[in-house]
Design a protein around this ligand. Structure first.
Ligand code: 5AD
Ligand code: SF4
Length: 474
């Protein structure tokens, strides 16, 4: 294998990388950034591991199932690697993301076929890691036997931020782009691995965020979603030395010509300050949809989760947000079966959902994560209890989601079209409330916003029509 930094481009331009992304939007963003880092080394993206020279698993450690999936995938990749070697070629295997950060060298011990383990703060060093792998491969070819555990590892949290090193993203898809502005978390919810795998909270300087926002708009973005593990804890340094809040950043972004939609995720109820609530009423580009995870509706469980607020705080936030933006739709995250959760606690969660009304939600059975305080708590609940509660909660959310969709039938709303629909001759897009809307139309509409009359609601999508008077504009 050529040294990827100094080799002949003609030789390595043909390389292909397959990146499999598990987990959250932050990982989707990071996978794009890894592709950006690898491109100058001659790696083109591949659609399948079979055609790739390098496979990167960008992993998620948030629930047990997510990490176990990684090891079964690694078993399959090891077989593929052995097969390649028999044929005289090779396959480089890299594990990135939160499992890489949490388990580090243990991954190489469990699966010696792994060449690289790289934590989420070290992606800018991928070229150097690949060069190390190439050197080891050269040694092996020269006759030295490769010992198990010879993979290279980089899970340092560097003093400098990776944002300073990663290339600017070019990732505008159908008018939409993600922009990562904040990483890590200092909140230490007792169920969650993120503070351990992603490290301390860090906000990116405001000027570099604005510069990237302008570049994304220039590249065709009409919608930008600001990303962060705790995005509303954002406190980025501005050029004049002041600290900008998320609200301030949003107001400044709203000044960028051509940027029509701004969203942010994921936020924490504790960081919904007055200024940010007000922005929902005053910044028209800020979409009327907020993902605000509450996890539980029981004060006792919220306390045990170390969430730092009670159910009344959440209810009050929702009331205040709807006061300034009456059409605001809410989504949230829930965990059922946290240790010690009683029937009464679970009822409190169901009542909270009833009271606030949701347009969508993600819900999970509590998953015991090694090293988190929750894992050591007594009164871990049986799987059957968790399953029954999850089913009841999901049924309630499903009803609310359908009701929300039905409530919009008859309205004419702007839809940003993103992709071809399921049936030929249809295009699919997103309403301001992130509902999937499909209409009759062609690929020319993708990346554009058009006014659509919503005519029918289903559980997960809405059918729309472009009114004849507006068809020409679309
Ligand atoms: N078990 C179940 N769900 C979890 N989440 C985080 N940690 C756990 C866990 N240990 C959920 C939370 C969070 C979402 C991203 O994942 O609801 O908001
Ligand atoms: Fe995890 Fe809590 Fe931090 Fe969210 S706020 S990332 S749930 S520790």
């Amino acid at each position: 294998m050529t040294d990827v930094r100094t080799g002949d481009p003609g030789q390595w331009q043909r390389k292909r990388v397959f990146i499999r992304t598990y987990g959250c939007q932050m990982n989707v963003y990071d996978s794009d950034r890894m592709a950006d880092v690898l491109r100058p080394l001659g790696y083109a993206l591949s659609d399948s591991p079979e055609q790739a020279d390098l496979v990167v698993l960008n992993t998620c450690h948030i629930r047990e199932k997510a990490s176990e999936k990684v090891y079964s995938e690694l078993g399959r990749l090891r077989d593929a690697k052995l097969e390649r070697r028999r044929e005289g070629s090779d396959l480089t295997i890299a594990v990135a993301g939160c499992v890489a950060q949490a388990e580090g060298a243990e991954i190489i011990r469990r699966q010696p076929a792994v060449d690289i383990v790289v934590g989420p703060q070290a992606y800018h060093r991928l070229p150097e890691l690949l060069a190390q792998v190439a050197r080891k491969a050269a040694e092996r070819q020269a006759g030295g036997r490769r010992q198990p555990g010879a993979g290279v590892l980089d899970t340092e949290f560097p003093a400098e931020s990776k944002f300073d090193h990663l290339p600017a993203p070019g990732g505008v898809r159908a008018g939409s782009a993600f922009l990562s502005i904040q990483e890590g978390c200092d909140k230490f919810c007792t169920f969650c691995v993120v503070p351990y795998t992603r490290g301390a909270e860090y906000s990116r300087p405001a000027a570099s965020v604005l510069q990237e926002a302008r570049a994304l708009v220039a590249a065709g973005a009409v919608e930008i979603t600001l990303l962060g593990q705790n995005v509303n804890a954002y406190h980025g340094e501005a050029a004049d030395g002041a600290t900008w809040s998320l609200a301030r950043l949003i107001r400044e972004m709203a000044e960028v010509d051509g940027l029509l939609r701004i969203r942010y995720m994921t936020s924490h109820p504790r960081d919904m300050d007055d200024e940010l609530i007000e922005a929902h009423g005053t910044v028209p580009q800020l979409m009327p949809y907020l993902h605000l995870p509450v996890q539980s509706g029981s004060d006792r469980i919220l306390e045990a989760m170390n969430r730092g607020h009670g159910r009344d705080h959440f209810r009050c936030l929702v009331d205040r947000l709807r006061e300034v933006r009456p059409d605001l739709a809410l989504s949230s995250d829930f965990i059922v079966g946290f240790p010690g959760e009683s029937d009464g606690d679970f009822d409190d969660t169901m009542r909270l959902i009833d009271e606030v009304g949701l347009a969508a939600a993600f819900s999970f059975k509590y998953s015991r994560r090694p090293g988190t305080p929750g894992a050591a708590l007594p009164d871990q609940l049986p799987e059957a209890v968790k399953m029954a509660r999850l089913a009841a909660l999901q049924a309630l959310i499903g009803r609310q989601q359908r009701e929300f969709n039905v409530s919009k039938v008859g309205a004419t709303v702007p839809v940003l079209f993103a992709e071809p629909g399921r049936k030929p001759g249809q295009v699919l897009g997103k309403s301001p409330w992130l509902q999937s809307v499909y209409v009759e139309g062609g690929a020319a509409m993708i990346g554009k916003i058009a006014d659509v009359r919503l005519v029918a609601a289903h559980a997960l999508s809405l059918a729309g029509e472009i009114p004849p008077s507006l068809e020409a504009a679309a």
